[in-house]
Design a protein around this ligand. Structure first.
Ligand SMILES: N[C@@H](CCC(=O)N[C@@H](CS)C(=O)NCC(=O)O)C(=O)O
Length: 269
């Protein structure tokens, strides 16, 4: 009887051979990386992080490293136009990095990813009270709608626009500087953007703020933003920031801003 039961157990429960998904590593191109890797119960798919070395992906790299999350970094070479691959557009219809795929969930836009990961892990977040969420959301959107776009356009008109447009140069440099000044003023009376604790807002700020001299085309720019500089330097000294920046050793992104790169990144040309 017992032997019969054991026989039935063995035949009724076919053994499932769980194979570990073969992770796509650094050598893959964007399309290889974008392919879905089916999760198994024993080995859930690793979070996939689509990145380049630009400021917005670097903030997300910082969070992933700070939180100690396992992730698979998949380079998207925007100067080769890989951001327009249909498989990548399915993840980020906006065709820009960063983006992540976490199980069945895709998230794009650096601020949204920071909020998503912060809420999911509970790390680097202020208390979930209206009073604490108000400055969190205000500063997250300040970076997303102000600091990021104005710094980006300042760099574009200074360094990449095919013609010099003095009015645009002046306006974007002015606005980039103005946004950096607002951050500096905020940090003059508190250690971090939200007070005593290091949060996703500081990571969000770090993405562009660490490049202030480059954005403003002014080597001496830090003298105008001593408090912001203190924050940027403090973050730069963190092991997680060093690991995030070390992503540059992992993949050789195209460096030339040639016709192919311009066609990929400045589609209005
Ligand atoms: N609002 C987006 C902006 C993303 C963005 O502009 N990404 C740049 C790199 S920092 C990019 O992918 N550029 C390639 C392109 O525009 O084609 C975010 O914060 O993630």
């Amino acid at each position: 009887m017992m032997r019969e039961r054991a026989r039935r157990r063995n035949t009724q429960r076919p053994s499932v051979r769980r194979t570990r998904p073969a992770p796509v590593r650094w050598h893959g191109d964007a399309l290889r990386g974008i392919m879905r890797i089916p999760p198994t119960a024993s080995a859930p798919a690793m979070l996939r992080f689509y990145y380049s070395l630009a400021p917005n992906p670097m903030k997300v790299a910082l969070f992933l490293e700070e939180a100690g999350l396992a992730y698979e970094a998949i380079p998207v070479d925007t100067r080769k136009g890989e951001q327009h691959a249909p498989a990548f557009r399915a993840i980020n219809p906006n065709g820009k990095v960063p983006a992540i795929v976490d199980g069945d969930v895709a998230v794009f836009d650096s601020g949204a990813i920071l909020l998503y990961l912060g809420e999911k892990t509970g790390k680097f977040m202020p208390p979930a009270t209206p009073a604490a969420r108000a400055p969190l959301l205000s500063w997250m959107f300040f970076v997303a709608s102000g600091l990021g776009p104005f710094c980006g356009q300042a760099v574009h008109f200074e360094k990449y626009a095919p013609e010099k447009v003095p009015y645009a140069q002046k306006r974007y440099l002015f606005e980039a500087r103005r946004h950096l000044s607002i951050l500096d003023a905020r940090l003059s009376s508190r250690r971090y953007m939200l007070g005593d604790d290091y949060t996703i807002v500081d990571m969000n700020v770090w993405g562009w703020a660490r490049l202030a001299p480059f954005v403003l085309g002014d080597e001496g720019a830090w003298s105008s933003f001593p408090h912001l500089r203190r924050l940027v330097d403090e973050i730069a000294a963190r092991p997680a920031a060093q690991r995030a920046l070390a992503l540059k050793e992992r993949h050789a992104f195209k460096s030339e801003m040639d016709d192919e790169a311009r066609r990929a990144m400045f589609q209005h040309l």
